[in-house]
Design a protein around this ligand. Structure first.
Ligand SMILES: Nc1ncnc2c1ncn2[C@@H]1O[C@H](COP(=O)(O)OP(=O)(O)OP(=O)(O)O)[C@@H](O)[C@H]1O
Length: 482
C-alpha cells in the first residue's frame, strides 16, 4: 500500500484506538499530513504545544504504523504550523474522523476521511522484508544522530562508548547501560547508535523500542495469544536497544519476559543497549535477577550538562532550525548565554526555550540583543539564573491555589477536588524540575511512578480541552517563576 490517503486513514484509525478519543481529538484530528517539496511526509499540528505532545507521545507509534503500511519506507515528521508557514487546515476534524493528507502549499485534499476502526494487518513484528526493516527503526527520530549530538563534559565517555557499540566492534561489554537524569541525551544516544549500527550493517536486525512499548506490546501479545511472534521478533534481533527501562519496574510478567529475552540474546552474542533514569543497581522495583543481568555489562553515566554544553547545544539547535528556514543568521553569544542562564532544567527545557526564541525572532535572530530577546521572550524564560523550583515549593503553591493543605496532595484521598490539583502538581513537577517519575511519586506520599505518569498525561490531555485547567496551570507557572 503506497497511497498516503489510505495509509493515513488506516494508521490514524489504529492510533485513535490506542491513544483514546481525548488525545486523538485534541492533537491528531486538528492536524494535517503534508508532503514537502522533497516528498517528505510531515504532520502539521496547529500549535507548537500540540507538536511537542505528538513528538513525545505519538510520533514513534505513528511511524511504526505508517511504515508498517507504506511500501516506500517513508518516514513521518511533525512540525507546527508556524514552522512550515502554512495556513490553518480549514476545519478541525471531529473526533471520529482522520485528519487529511495534504500537499505543500496548503492545498489540502478536500474530503475528510472516516476512520476505519478495523485493526491493521501489518504489525511492528512483521517478517523480515524491506518494509519490516524500516519498521524496526520506526521508533527512531531522524534528527537524533551522532552528528547532532554535542559532546561536552558529562557525556564524553557515554558518547565514546555509544560510538563503539554502534561500530559493532568485538570484545565490548554487553549489555551497555546508559543512565542519568531525565532529559540529558540518553534517548538521543540510543537513537544515534541504532541509526549508525543499521547504516554500517544494513542487513542486521536492529530493534529500538522504549520499555513502555515493550510492556504494552507484550501485554497486547498476551491478550491476542501471540506471544510467540513477539518473542521471536525480539530474539532474532542482532542488536536490541531498550529505552527507559525503569518503566518495567513492578511489572512481574513483563520483567520475566525481558529477562528471558536478554538472556537468550546475550547467549547468542547479540548486542544489548539499555537506558534508565538511574543505575541498574538502583532500580529497586526490578526483580533482583533481572537487575543483576542489567548490571552485568558496562554502566555508563550520562551526566547533567554544564553551562558550556548547554550553550553549545542551543547553538547547534538554532543551526538546525536555520537549515530548516525557521530562523536566519546566528544568535549573538550573549543572547545564547542569557537564554541558557534563564532556563534551568534539562536539555529538554532548553530546547523548548530555543524553539521559542526561534519562533519569536525568526529572520531577526542575528540582530537581536539581550534586552530585546528578554522582552520578546517575556515569561517564556524563567526567573533568575540561580532559580530552581522544588517539588516542595510546587506542592505548597498548588495547595494554596486550590485552598488545600499540602498534606492533602500527599494523602490517599481521591476525591476530584484533591485528585485533580494533585495531578496538576505532578505535571508541574515534571515540567519544572528534573525529577524522574519514581522520584516525584515518592514525594507524593510514596506513589508508584505509573500514577505520576498517568497524572501528567491526564493534565497534558485536559489542557487543550478544558480552559479552566489551562488557566490554573498558567497561573501556577507564573507564581512559581516569581
Ligand atoms: N549532548 C546533546 N547534544 C544535542 N542534543 C542533546 C544533547 N543532550 C540532550 N539533547 C537533546 O535534549 C532532548 C532531551 O534528550 P533525551 O530525550 O535524549 O533525554 P533522555 O535522557 O533520554 O530523557 P528521558 O530520561 O526523559 O528519556 C533531546 O531533544 C535531545 O536531542
Amino acid at each position: 500500500m503506497t497511497d498516503p490517503d489510505r495509509i493515513w486513514t488506516e494508521a490514524a484509525g489504529r492510533l485513535k484506538t490506542e491513544i483514546g478519543d481525548g488525545p486523538f481529538s485534541s492533537y491528531i484530528a486538528p492536524s494535517a499530513v503534508r508532503l514537502d517539496a522533497s516528498g517528505n511526509l510531515i504532520l502539521v499540528t496547529p500549535t507548537a504545544y500540540a507538536r511537542d505532545w505528538v513528538r513525545k507521545n505519538a510520533l514513534r507509534r505513528m511511524n511504526e504504523l505508517w511504515l508498517g503500511l507504506d511500501g516506500l519506507s517513508r518516514r513521518l515528521d511533525v512540525r507546527c504550523r508556524a514552522e512550515v508557514g502554512s495556513p490553518a487546515p480549514a476545519t478541525a476534524f471531529p473526533a471520529g474522523e482522520a485528519p487529511r493528507l495534504a500537499s505543500v502549499g496548503g492545498v489540502t485534499a478536500p474530503v475528510p476521511m472516516s476512520v476505519q476502526a478495523a485493526a491493521m494487518a501489518a504489525s511492528s513484528f512483521a517478517p523480515a522484508t524491506d518494509g519490516a526493516r524500516a519498521v524496526r527503526a520506526a521508533g527512531l527520530q531522524e534528527r537524533l544522530t551522532f552528528d547532532s549530538f554535542v559532546e561536552g563534559q558529562g557525556n564524553a565517555f557515554a558518547l565514546a562508548i555509544a560510538k563503539q557499540v554502534a561500530s559493532w566492534a568485538d570484545g565490548h561489554f554487553n549489555p551497555v547501560f546508559f543512565c542519568g537524569p531525565y532529559g540529558y541525551g540518553k534517548t538521543h544516544l540510543l537513537n544515534a547508535i541504532a541509526w549508525e549500527a543499521q547504516r554500517l550493517r544494513p542487513d542486521a536486525k536492529v530493534v529500538y523500542l522504549t520499555a513502555e512499548r515493550f510492556l504494552s506490546t507484550f501485554v497486547r501479545a498476551m491478550q491476542d495469544r501471540s506471544t510467540a511472534a513477539f518473542k521471536e521478533s525480539l530474539r532474532s534481533a542482532d542488536m536490541l536497544l531498550l529505552d527507559d527501562v525503569q518503566f518495567v519496574g513492578g511489572k512481574t510478567s513483563t520483567q520475566e519476559e525481558l529477562l528471558s529475552t536478554l538472556t537468550a540474546l546475550i547467549e547468542d552474542g547479540k548486542r544489548i543497549v539499555l537506558s534508565a533514569d538511574r543505575a541498574p543497581t538502583a532500580l529497586t522495583d526490578v526483580e533482583p535477577r533481572l537487575r543483576s543481568h542489567l548490571s552485568a555489562g558496562l554502566t555508563c553515566p550520562v551526566e547533567a550538562a554544564d553551562r558550556n554544553l548547554k550553550i553549545a547545544v542551543a547553538q547547534s539547535r538554532l543551526n538546525a532550525l536555520a537549515r530548516l528556514g525557521v530562523v536566519s543568521g546566528e544568535a549573538r553569544t550573549d543572547v545564547l548565554e542569557h537564554l541558557v542562564d534563564r532556563t534551568p532544567g534539562s536539555m529538554r527545557e532548553l530546547e523548548g526555550a530555543v524553539n521559542t526564541l526561534a519562533a519569536v525572532a525568526g529572520a531577526r535572530l542575528s540582530t537581536l540583543g539581550v534586552d530585546e530577546a528578554q522582552s520578546l521572550l517575556g515569561v517564556a524564560l524563567r526567573g533568575g539564573p540561580e532559580r530552581r523550583i522544588t517539588v516542595d515549593e510546587i506542592q505548597k503553591t498548588v495547595a494554596d491555589h486550590f485552598n488545600l493543605k499540602q498534606a492533602d496532595l500527599l494523602s490517599e484521598r481521591r476525591t476530584r477536588a484533591i485528585a485533580r490539583p494533585r495531578q496538576i502538581a505532578m505535571y508541574l513537577c515534571k515540567q519544572h524540575t528534573t525529577r524522574s517519575y519514581p522520584d516525584i511519586g515518592r514525594r507524593f506520599g510514596g506513589r508508584d511512578h505509573t500514577t505520576v505518569l498517568h497524572g501528567v498525561r491526564k493534565i497534558e490531555e485536559l489542557m487543550p480541552k478544558e480552559e479552566q485547567i489551562a488557566r490554573d496551570v498558567e497561573a501556577l507557572t507564573r507564581k512559581l517563576r516569581g
